[in-house]
Design a protein around this ligand. Structure first.
Ligand code: AGP
Length: 634
């Protein structure tokens, strides 16, 4: 989703802005732009150079290599279209009518239509279809008035103008503003969209997420909602919406600053699929070390209050994270004996269930920035506080891959899945990390509640320790197998994935993976539901991919697969090799493991198959059209 970078300092801004934008590319975007202010040839007033290009960053780079964008201050943006098509005129930065104020924004200004109409009545001509364009015009209008009122300094004038305009905006935003009359002042602000300030000596970089700071600084301060910051080469001042100065220390970004590169792989997605054994290995080393007490077999750092007297679990998530949550809910119910419900975070926000006591609420988001998930958690916290549910804050848990994210600041109890930065828009290793987090939680709760015997707890823990090796073998064996199989499906239009029980969410996840990177229509179904309608879709052109692992529904899934075969569907099995699984036209074999841990393995051939189909279709696997890695708007 949109990425912001903004710089004030003493070096040429545009190369640093471009570098920052490059590091935010993985978030997903369809146009890019930047604006700088230079004072060359004039003493106190500068001029804005604004460059924008449709498509990839390289187009902006080409524009800049011709004409450049001089100045030590600037704002940059990668845009993921919401209001208005991905065209140059809709790309950010947006300027006021006199080209004196430039703004980049990430979020949605919900009342922009009213604001736009008002400005149009005053004679303002809009050049874009965006919600953002109202902002520079409103700031410009406020500046004109403040000038007449004779506010002391220009910097203060810009600060007051932005603050005034923010009070008019409804919705979510992170934004950065520059003005030609203050060529060394950068104003940034945020509300319900992320924005961080990175500090070095005499130079400050603001960005939508911490990846943009790699190579620049590790000292970072996240802005809180409704805060504004005034940055000059001399320092940073932070204020709340009332104009009260805020004092907070920046902190160090944890973790090593790894280079974002694909290594020997053609795409990040394939690299990240290959990183999954390591993700599992590290998870086991952190949370499942040997010799933990049987009453507390997982090394989670949480207080007893997180688990005590919990009667049910509700999980809020979107997309792939929701699929991980569904496996989690299955484990929490079937293994740990706790009623568990998964909600689309976006639905929960406006239709939550009636409040019930003693609920553990879990928010799952790999990016830690998904607006719907954060807002759903916030809403839940607010409605529980009205009921004086004092235990809510200790009974809320976040599962994320980004420990420096908004989720990690919003929620005290965090499971950091520690999968390392995932660049491919299609989640793979973070999905595995989320699954593992749920295994840990389910085992912990089952042990504490004595819902499972010591033997059962030990068995699942021991089996989990074998997962990295299983994954290694699976990935090595299936990469070639799936690459070969993918050729057959390059021109396929529809695919059906079937799963049951704990593997039903894996069927959903497989369908999502295939859709998002190959643009092939795919549906994931509980295998038993096929005969209630979807079976009408089947013919020889629709492959059916069926997940059949040993356990309570093994034979049932095979019968459902037979029903598809009888309709001439090409049948692919994700199943252990056995006499029964010979019914499949193609088998992607998985080892014989307990049904409990099977989702950790069944997902692998499905990720690889989607990857190879998309790659063979020649598509942009890592940055599929229309998608964003971090969905920071509602
Ligand atoms: C995953 O492949 C998707 N790109 C998408 O569904 C994603 O899982 C969803 O947007 C939620 O993201 P989050 O985990 O960062 O909250």
């Amino acid at each position: 989703m949109c990425g912001i970078v903004a710089l004030v300092g003493s070096r040429e801004a545009s190369p640093i802005l471009l570098e920052g934008l490059k590091k935010l590319e993985y978030r997903g975007y369809d146009s890019a732009g930047l604006a700088t202010i230079s004072t060359k040839g004039s003493s106190d007033r500068g001029f804005i150079t604004c460059k924008k290009a449709k498509g990839k960053l390289v187009n902006l780079l080409n524009l800049l290599s011709k004409d450049g964008a001089p100045g030590n201050i600037g704002i940059g943006h990668t845009r993921w279209a919401t209001h208005g098509k991905p065209e140059v005129r809709n790309a950010h930065p947006h300027l006021d009518s006199s080209d004196q104020v430039a703004v980049v924004q990430n979020g949605i200004i919900e009342n922009y239509t009213l604001l736009r109409e008002k400005l149009q009545k005053q004679g303002i001509r809009f050049v874009s279809d965006t919600d953002t364009e109202v902002i520079p015009h409103l700031i410009s209008e406020a500046l004109t008035r403040l000038k007449q009122e004779g506010v002391a300094s220009k910097g203060e004038m810009l600060f007051l103008a932005v603050r005034e305009v923010l009070n008019l905006l409804q919705g979510s935003y992170a934004l950065a503003v520059i003005w030609t009359e203050t060529p060394d002042v950068l104003i940034v602000a945020k509300n319900k969209a992320p924005l961080l300030i990175g500090f070095t000596q005499g130079e400050f970089l603001c960005a939508s997420d911490s990846t943009a700071f790699a190579g620049f600084t590790k000292t970072v301060l996240p802005l809180e909602d409704k805060e504004l910051a005034l940055l000059t080469p001399l320092g940073v001042e932070i204020y709340d919406s009332e104009g009260k100065r805020q004092y907070r220390k920046p902190s160090l970004i944890v973790g090593s600053e790894k280079n974002i590169d694909k290594g020997q792989f053609r795409h990040f997605m394939l690299k990240e699929i290959y990183e999954q054994p390591e993700t599992a290995e590290q998870w086991i080393a952190r949370f499942l070390p040997d010799k933990l007490p049987t009453s507390s077999p997982i090394a989670f750092p949480f207080k007893d209050s997180l688990y005590d007297s919990i009667e049910a679990v509700q999980i809020l998530a979107c997309g792939t994270s929701r699929h991980a949550a569904m496996v989690g809910a299955y484990l929490l119910e079937q293994f740990s004996g706790l009623p568990s419900t998964v909600f689309f975070a976006s639905e929960f926000r406006y239709a939550p269930p009636p409040l019930a006591p003693n609920i553990l609420t879990i928010g799952v988001t790999q990016s830690g920035e998904t607006a719907d998930t954060l807002a759903a958690l916030m809403m839940e916290s607010e409605r529980r506080s009205t009921l004086k549910d004092d235990l809510f804050s200790s009974r809320v848990l976040g599962i994320t891959n980004r420990i420096e994210s908004s989720l990690a600041r919003q929620v005290t109890n965090i499971i950091d899945i520690g999968a390392g930065l995932e660049v491919g828009v299609a989640a793979t290793k973070t999905f595995l990390g989320q699954l593992l987090a749920f295994y840990g939680l389910a085992i912990m709760i089952a042990a504490r509640n004595k819902n499972r015997s010591i033997q059962e707890i030990n068995d699942i823990c021991e089996e989990l320790k074998l997962v990295p090796n299983y994954l290694r073998d699976l990935i090595n064996n299936h990469n070639k197998l799936t690459e070969k199989l993918a050729y057959q499906f390059v021109n396929t239009k529809d695919v059906i994935f079937l799963g049951r029980g704990i593997n039903y969410p894996i069927a959903l996840e497989a369908a999502l993976k295939l859709k998002e990177i190959s643009y092939i229509h795919a549906e994931g179904l509980p295998a038993g539901e096929m005969k209630h309608g979807p079976i009408a879709l089947l013919d020889h052109k629709v492959p059916v991919i069926s997940i059949a692992t040993h356990g309570v529904v093994f034979e049932k899934v095979l019968s459902n697969a037979q029903e598809a075969k009888a309709r001439n569907a090409c049948l692919i099995g994700i199943a252990p090799e056995s006499a029964e699984t010979q019914i499949f036209d193609h088998l992607l074999p998985i080892p014989k493991v307990s049904e409990w841990i099977s989702p950790l393995l069944t997902v692998i051939p499905l990720q690889l198959l989607s990857y190879h189909i998309a790659a063979q279709r020649g598509l942009d696997v890592d940055q599929p059209r229309n998608l964003a890695k971090s969905v920071t708007v509602e």
